[in-house]
Every structure is written in C-alpha cells, then in structure tokens.
Design a protein around this ligand. Sequence first.
Ligand code: DC
Length: 218
Amino acid sequence: MGYVITIDGPAASGKSSVSRELSKKLGVPWVSTGAFYRGLAYVAQQLKTDLDNPVALSELCFSSFWKIVLTSENTQVWFEGKNVTDKTSHEDVGNIASKISHFPEVRQSLLDHQRNCAVENIGLIAEGRDCGTVVFPRAEAKIYLTARSADRATRRAQELGLDKSVLEAQQKQRDIQDSTRKVAPMQVPDEALVIDTSELSLDDVVGKAYQFIQQKLK
Ligand code: DC
C-alpha cells in the first residue's frame, strides 16, 4: 500500500531539499505543489492572462499548453514543449504565484492535479503550504518545517545569487500573504512534527523527519 507524507512550511524553509532526500531514502516520488502555482503564474505571464481574473486563471489550469513533470531531482514545469523550470524559480514568479494562490477558484482547479500525483500503491511525498491540511488531510505522516526569517533569506540569496535584505523583505510579504489568506492558509497541520531548521544541517533535518515517519508507519 502506498502512503502519503506531507511537508509544509514557509518559503526557503528547506521543504524541497528535505523532500528530495526523503524520496531517495524511502523510494517514494515527491512533488512540490508550489510548482503548480509557479507554473500557472509563469504561463499566465507569458500568455498575458489577466492576473486579477480568477476565472481566466482557473481555465488556464486545464490548458494543454503546460504540464508538471515529477523527477527525482525536482518538480518541472513544461510550457509549449520546453522545460521552463529555471524560469519559474525566480523570486518574482514566486511572488505572483503567492498572489494568484489566494483565489479559491485557482486552488480548486489545481487540487485534483496535485492529488493525482499520488499514484495508488506507490505513495508520495508532497511539499507546499496546505498539503497536510487540504491536499492530503489523511496523510500518514505530516511535517512542518520552519526557520528564522534571516536564515531563510540567506539560504535563498545564496541559491539565487541575490541581495539578502531585498529577499528577506519579499519573503516576509509572501509569508503574510500565504498565512493570512482566507482559503487554505499556510498553517501547522494537527499532529504534525514541527522542525525548526535554523540551526540544523540538511542531514539532521532529514534524520529527524525519517525517524518520525518510521514511527508513524509502524
Ligand atoms: O513553495 P513555493 O515557494 O514554490 O510556492 C510558491 C507560492 O505558491 C507560495 O508563495 C504560495 C503558493 N503555494 C500555495 O498557495 N500552496 C501550496 N501548497 C504551495 C504553494
């Protein structure tokens, strides 16, 4: 029987790195649900879709112009036959993704696509903001990662080669948007293991998460 593990938390808290490592250790695929919002944001920009129009945006969720592809390294966005994942990782695309993610119509339209990533008998590790609360409320193990805002900004600044103070301000803004929206806000799911990754190495975080998952799966 497959099982679902969810990993939620704010931007740059380490969700993708931890999911990737756990996926290798457990032999279960992983998905970044943020890639769906980033993909939609990028495609909407390219097609000049009105970013304030939830109906047009949710129609775009079902368009064959773009698709999400799961690999062991990352969750890819493909648009018009090209892999555009690198383009969707820009912070400005993340900020648009955060803005359009507050539309209930958009969230609803992406929900089935996200749930369908969990193939029966194989299982899935799903990371994002509402994976443990809305996308997979019956997940076998739920984890919530957090880290000090300054540490998260430093990590993302190193990854993207950008200025830390600008990033920290943008991330704070995004955290507020993601945690205060009316539908599916970012929050700690009941029964989740909360790990503050500020002072921990990736190996330490993966170790704690792995131990928790083993207990839950017993
Ligand atoms: O995890 P990320 O930075 O790639 O996510 C980008 C944005 O997408 C995030 O700021 C809010 C939105 N998002 C969401 O609303 N729900 C999710 N499960 C994942 C991402």
